[in-house]
Design a protein around this ligand. Sequence first.
Ligand SMILES: [Ca+2]
Ligand SMILES: [Ca+2]
Length: 451
Amino acid sequence: MQKKVIFKSILSFLLMILIVLCNFTSLGLRPAYATEDYRTWRQYDTRWGTIHLGDSTDTMAKYGCAITAVAMLCVRSGAATADKLNPGTVVNYCNSINGFSNGALMSWSFITGLVPTVKFVDSMYYDSGNVPTKEKVLADIKNANSKGYYMLCNVGGHFVLIDNIVNDNVYIADPGYDRELLFSDYDVSQFESLKFFTGPKLPTNNTVSTDVTTTVTTTNTSVTTSATTTLMIPTQAATVPPKAYSTGVYKSMSVINHRSGPSTSYSINETIPYGIKLNIIEISGNWGKTVYDGVTGWVCLDYTQYVSELPLQYMTGEYIVSLENGADLYDSQTSNANLIYNIKHNYVVNVNETSGVWGKVKMGSNSGWVNLEQLEYAGEDKACQKGDINADGSIDKYDLAALNLYLKSVNELPDGVSMLRKSELKAADINEDGVVDNNDVLSYLILICIG
Ligand SMILES: [Ca+2]
Ligand SMILES: [Ca+2]
């Protein structure tokens, strides 16, 4: 008995040491150098690559370009130094204020809470009504630069920092790749938007901000570096680049009102949750006409984000429930019909038939209809490496956690609703016996603990 107790305490002591060691190694503590160049920051850096964006399965390594780019912008503008702020600090802060929804940033203005002298001003979107050509984008960037803005560019779903403008060359700092010239490295026709910010001083085409001069080698030798520290932000507000809305598909970026006419003086038909894709069929100023839940009305487009040109066509295949409150499955194609089931947030369903905005989902021997405006099309089957369920490039505790959650959910969910996509399930079957079960958990444990 006595021996057993001693053995137990030795075991727990060893376990404690192991846990402490694991914690330190998993933090990947590296000395932070004041002279670190923000242009070398990559979203997949081991210091922050495994941090999740909110409570989604998305990681910095996979979707951290926006956070990494905004961290770069803070240092580039002289508002922060690389020894005090990096993409890890920014994502942790954003998580602490619940700044993500489904892994997507709720608002760029969050950064002011962490770095008070950096402020998000506005976005300029490119689309069929504002076609991105090299001449157009270059003029927009030069114009915004002359107004005192620092900029991020969405080059097709990926964010980069506009670092320097030298004649007609736009140099970038890229969170994903070792790329440095905007127009040579990216296809301008894919550009989606520019994001404008102000910093503690006006941007100048200096080679680097003063905080990071020591380690940087630069090719922009002909640039003047004068007056980088003496310029101050003008007291009057800078002119915000005008927004030109055009018809197309827009996504609600907050809870918005669906009104009977194009101004706030019209009555509210219904509120539209965050993350809903809307077909905007007519424009009146900053208002867009759209049919939502069978009713024609208007939404203020300032609270939306442009997604694509019309029309929004629904395809069959896997869909993910993007709404916090889930999506309702009805016995016919109207929300007045009988409710069959509420499919919870982030769950996956297979839509095997579509009719307008409605998608048919088979659930056991039953089937029902769900409004596809409330779901996110999962796209083509993603290629998952065996074991890497969340497709972040490594097989680790996060994949194991995803597997455990899945196994727990299987008994509670009806046939046809799943926590994981088909391709993710294929990856989860790590022992390749055709079923996903506790034997896979065992295989994961062995792989993660023993390596
Ligand atoms: Ca993984
Ligand atoms: Ca298996």
